[in-house]
Design a protein. Structure first.
Length: 259
């Protein structure tokens, strides 16, 4: 079967890399979700480790049909033919899930944000192992201050900590993509110093401020907060640009916005 460019399909074919991904966590007797299993390369390796249950979420109708044909006799496997961005995660009531995903490059950040914005926190998953385009991976895990620091790193760091990451060459895929990839292993943070009521508000604040990336934050903050509230943010220089504010400052701004 040919990969569909519209779905951002690049199938992982390097067996050593596949084993390295699955070995990041102990899969035995665990409940697993795999997003975008494709032809099932990662699926096979997960099954070798004897999980308790494996849920496969695949958007492509043909690939989903092939997976169902390949795993007809497996009681522990459930196959869902749906777009993960439209799938209601709250339908899965199983706790302590481990989630794998060789994500399509074109929607990988949207998928990550969907899991960050999980309604109930702590969420029902305990590990996320996602693959991203290498450049995006740098933005997700970037520390402050750095050239890769972004609104995505601020949002991610509020709810997830990353334990491990490694790069994967384009040669490990078919068809071969034009870029290298990165695997990142996340765990949800249970406690945070800043109690943000709705994660969507942090998303709104970072989107608003970073949309004027080359401008000083003064203008964006005045739209979001009244002047009295701006003065409540300690040690804030309104002449700074978005990339000069630490994640903690964004969390404080969100707290003020919510209050």
């Amino acid at each position: 079967m040919l990969a569909k460019k519209s779905l951002g399909q690049n199938f992982l074919i390097d067996q050593n890399v596949i084993k390295k991904i699955v070995n990041l966590v102990d899969v035995e007797n665990q409940n697993i979700i795999e997003i975008g299993p494709g032809k099932g390369a990662l699926t096979k390796e997960i099954l070798k480790k004897n999980p308790k249950k494996l849920i496969l979420i695949e958007k492509d109708n043909k690939l989903c049909s092939d997976l169902k044909n390949n795993y007809t006799d497996r009681k522990k496997i459930k196959i869902i033919n749906q777009d993960i961005l439209k799938f209601d995660l709250n339908k899965i009531k199983t706790k302590n899930l481990i989630i794998f995903g060789n994500l399509p490059y074109n929607i990988s950040s949207q998928i990550l944000v969907k899991f960050i914005k999980f309604n109930i926190w702590p969420p029902n998953y305990k590990d996320i192992i996602f693959m991203f385009q290498k450049e995006l991976g740098k933005k997700i895990t970037a520390n402050f201050p750095s050239k890769d620091y972004s609104r995505l790193s601020i949002l991610t760091k509020y709810r997830l900590s990353h334990l491990n990451k490694f790069d994967i060459s384009a040669n490990c895929f078919f068809p071969k993509p034009k870029v290298n990839s990165t695997i990142i292993h996340f765990k949800p943070k249970i406690h945070s110093k800043y109690k943000i009521k709705r994660i969507e508000n942090l998303e709104r604040i970072t989107n608003s401020i970073f949309s004027n990336k080359r401008k000083m934050i003064k203008k964006s903050l005045k739209k979001l907060l009244n002047t009295n509230k701006i003065n409540l943010i300690p040690d804030i220089n309104l002449n700074l640009r978005p990339e000069n504010l630490s994640p903690d400052t964004y969390y404080k701004i969100t707290n003020l916005y919510e209050n």
